[in-house]
Design a binder for this molecule. Sequence first.
Ligand SMILES: O=C([O-])CC(=O)C(=O)O
Ligand SMILES: [Mg+2]
Length: 591
Amino acid sequence: MESTLKELSNGESVLDIKDKCGVAGGVEDMYGEDRATEDQTITPWTFSVASGYSLLRDPHYNKGLAFTEAERDAHYLRGLLPPSVSSQQLQEKKVMHNLRQYQVPLQRYMAMMDLQERNERLFYKLLIDNVEELLPVVYTPTVGEACQKYGSIFRRPQGLFISLKEKGKILEVLKNWPEKSIHVIVVTDGERILGLGDLGCQGMGIPVGKLSLYTALGGVRPSVCLPITIDVGTNNQKLLDDEFYIGLKQKRATGQEYAELLEEFMSAVKQNYGEKVLIQFEDFANHNAFELLAKYRTTHLVFNDDIQGTASVVLAGLIASLKLLGGTLADHTFLFLGAGEAGTGIAELIALEITRKTSVPLEEARKKIWLVDSKGLIVSSRVESLQHFKKPWAHDHEPVKELIDAVKAIKPTVLIGTSGVGKTFTKEVVEAMASLNPKPLIMALSNPTSQAECTADEAYTWSKGHAIFASGSPFDPVEFEGRTFVSGQANNAYVFPGFGLGIIMSGTIRVHDDMLLAASEALASEVTEDDYLKGRIYPPFTNIRKISAHIAAEVAAKAYELGLATRLPRPSDLVKYAESCMYTPLYRSYR
Ligand SMILES: O=C([O-])CC(=O)C(=O)O
Ligand SMILES: [Mg+2]
C-alpha cells in the first residue's frame, strides 16, 4: 500500500502527479484511478450482475419506485430509493402529467428519450397506452426536428454508429453492442432524413424511433432491435460548420468507397447474427436506396421501408378507399408528385396488385399511373435521361412542366404527393382535383408536417369538403361547414412493425412482394364503417397492436405459402401465435 501510494507502476511518484493535475487520489484510492493523470491508463471496473445501484441504472431492469419491499431487500436497494413504493400505473400517470407540461415538442422528445434510457418498460408502457398522443413525439414530426438538432441535444448515445473510421473493423463494432441475439436492424446513412435532406450522422433519431415502434406497435422485444447509423460523411454544409455536429466532418464518401463499407456491413451482420436478421433500410437517398435493395434482396433478408413499407401502407389506403369511391383499382387514374423511393415504390405495388386482381399485364397496369418529378410529367420523350427507376413510368404524352397542367391533362382520380417538398398541392391543384372528381382522393405523404404537400385543413377547405385525405404526418381533425373530418395517417408505421413481426415469427429468410400485398390487404380490412363515416381510410393507431398481429399473421401465411418460412411446423392459428409472440411492457417480479 505504501509503495502504491508513493510510486506508481510507471515509476512516477505521487508528487509528480500532484504537480501535473493539482490533486491526489485521496484516501483509499487503491488502484490509482482518481489520481491518474490524463496520460495514464486505468481499468474501468464494473460488475456483471445488475443489483443495487447498477440495477437502478440499468434501463432494461430498472423499475424506479416500483421495486417492491421484497425486491429492495433481495437486490441491495435499501436506502438507494426513497421509502414510497409506487405502481407502474401511478408512474405512468406521473410521467404523462410531466410530459404534458412541456409546451415545446422537442422537450417532450427529450423527456421520452431520457425515459427510454432510464426505464425501458415504463417507456413502452407509455407509448403503447398513449399511442395517438406520443407517436408524434417519438416519431414524425418531432423526430425530424430532433435529428436536425441531434448534436445539441445529444446526451447519451443510442444505437450503434459505424463510420468510415470503422472500416475493416465492423464485425468487432457489432460485437461491442451489449445484445448478442438481434432480429431486426434499422439502418440509415442519413442522406435523406424524412423530407429534410442530408442530416448525416444525426439521422440516428430515425432508426431509434422506427425500432421503438417495432416494439410498441409490433411487439418485437426491444433487446432484439438494433438501430444503426452508417456515417460516410455529410454534404450538409450547415452541419459541417456546426461545432456540435456529432458525425464525421467530411463530404460524403461515394462510389467504390461507399459500396465497400456497405458490403462489409452487410457481410458482418450476416456473419454475426445469421441469415434471419431483418435489415430495414431507412432514409437512404434515392440512388443508394434502389441499388442496395436490388443488390441485397436475393442474398439477405432486407426490406426498404421508404420504397416497400410506404407502398404497402398507401396501397392499403387505396384498397380501403374503394368502399367510398367505388370501382376497382384498375378503374382509377393515379398521378404522383415525386418519383423517388416512395413514388415509384407505390406505383409499382399498385400495378402489381392490379395484375394480381385482373388479367391485365403489368405493362398495361402501369399505364394508369403517371408521375411528375422536378422536371415535369415523366413522358417517353424523356426516357433517355431518366434514372432507371423512373423509366417504367415514361408513357406516351406530350411534355408537361407544371403539376397543375399535369392534373388537367391526365385527369387523375387519385393524387399522391411523395416529393419531400411542402406546399406543392396548391389551392389551384386541389380545386382542379375537386372539379374533376366528386370525391378526389388526395394523399400528402411527405414528412415531417413542414414538408406535407398540403395540410388537412387545406385539402378539405379547397375541395369544399369533398376530398378524401390522408397524410404522412398527423393532422388534427378539421371542422368544415359544420362537419368534422378526421384524416388518416398514411405512414409506413402501420405496416413495418407487423410486417417485421410476421417475418421474425415465421423465420422467413427473404422478403417477397406478395408479402407486401398481403400486408396491404390485412391493413385495409381493419378499416371500419365508423372510420369511413369520418372520412378516414386508415384505422386509428389506438388498435395498432391488434392490427399488427393481423398483418403479421397474413405476412407469415404468405411466407409459408411461398416456402420462405423456416419455422416449422407452421402454427395453425397464426393470429394467436403472433399475439403470443408480442412483448408486453408490464414489470416482471425479480427473485
Ligand atoms: O418516418 C416516417 O414518418 C415515414 C418515412 O419513412 C419517411 O418519411 O421517410
Ligand atoms: Mg423513411
